[in-house]
Design a protein around this ligand. Structure first.
Ligand SMILES: [Zn+2]
Length: 307
């Protein structure tokens, strides 16, 4: 691995890696919990880093991903290492001489396969080896490309676009996301975990509190009326997320702060939140519908595109 110019990376190289091969080294017994976890995950990134050979002095022959066939040790194992006569800690430079490959001349067909695949690679003795981050087209590491490369992928759920995006305040989205997954700590779930709680919904005091009840059945939640049916696009999505967030806030305020508002006040607060959020938008397309939404909400005209 090349040594980046940051204090932490230099510290890791000096006190943890100590010139060993990152991929093959044992996890030090005295390493911190974080470092042990990081080293435990290193194989995830091994094939995502490609080495471009310059003089070969910084690239490990058997462990780094520089050869067209991939990681040589993973593919060919100890016997080939033994036959080639280069140690497990050998660098690529050990098979380069005067800018050309100098593999041992052996009849072993595995070694001949390795050698034949290096014919199109040319070492550059005047250059140092460079590292390419494979998942990003620029070859430069980014957190997003790393996450995309290692995460398990599932089909995008239709609800994703309703919950997440610039049409919502992140804290609203987060609560709606938990609600959609039935992961809010509603009383029915807490009781299932063995907590001794009264089961009644604190908004209506009528039925058992659950996700379905809070957001679909509760007489308190369904009483609010802020003319939702006139909204479209952004305002529709914002309305859904803001409403779920507002009801959950009111429920928590009653339980944890002993403060309560009537449904009219909660609906007004939700509407004010949506109005403030919509007012912060810019360059909204000029259309009859959008002008109508602006009028209903009393939004400033500056949010519309200039004609
Ligand atoms: Zn209720």
């Amino acid at each position: 691995m090349l040594v980046a110019d940051t204090l932490w990376i230099k510290w890791v190289h000096t006190y943890i890696i100590k010139d060993q091969c990152l991929w093959a080294m044992e996890v030090p017994c005295d390493a911190s919990w974080t470092m042990r976890k990081l080293l435990g995950l290193r194989r995830l990134g091994q094939s995502l880093i490609k080495y471009q050979i310059g003089n070969g002095e910084r690239t490990f022959l058997w462990w780094d991903n520089w050869h067209p066939l991939g990681l040589l040790y993973d593919r060919f194992g100890d016997r080939v290492v033994h036959n080639v006569g280069r140690s497990l800690r050998a660098k690529v430079a050990s098979i380069v001489e005067n800018g050309a490959w100098r593999w041992p001349r052996l009849r072993n067909h595995l070694i001949q396969t390795i050698v034949s695949h290096t014919q199109n690679l040319v070492p550059h003795p005047e250059m140092v080896d460079s590292v390419i981050w494979v998942p990003h087209p620029s070859g430069i590491f980014t957190i997003k490309s790393a996450w995309e490369a290692i995460r398990e992928k599932f089909p995008i759920q239709p609800r994703f676009k309703v919950i997440w995006g610039s049409h919502n305040v992140p804290r609203w989205s987060f609560i709606l996301w938990l609600a959609a997954l039935h992961r809010l700590s509603t009383k029915d779930r807490l009781r299932n975990w063995g907590m001794a709680l009264d089961a009644l919904c604190c908004l209506c005091q009528d039925e058992e509190e659950s996700h379905h009840h809070l957001f679909f059945d509760c007489s308190y939640s369904t009483r609010g009326n802020v003319s939702w049916d006139t909204f479209r696009f952004v305002s529709l999505k914002s309305t859904l997320t803001a409403t779920v967030y507002g009801l959950w806030q009111e429920r928590n305020s009653r339980i944890f702060c002993a403060k309560m508002k009537d449904h009219t006040q909660v609906a007004t607060d939700i509407a004010n939140g949506i109005r403030a959020f919509l007012s912060s938008r810019r360059n909204v397309k000029q259309s009859l519908q959008n002008r109508s939404i602006c009028e209903i909400w009393g939004l400033p005209h500056r949010i519309m595109q200039s004609v």
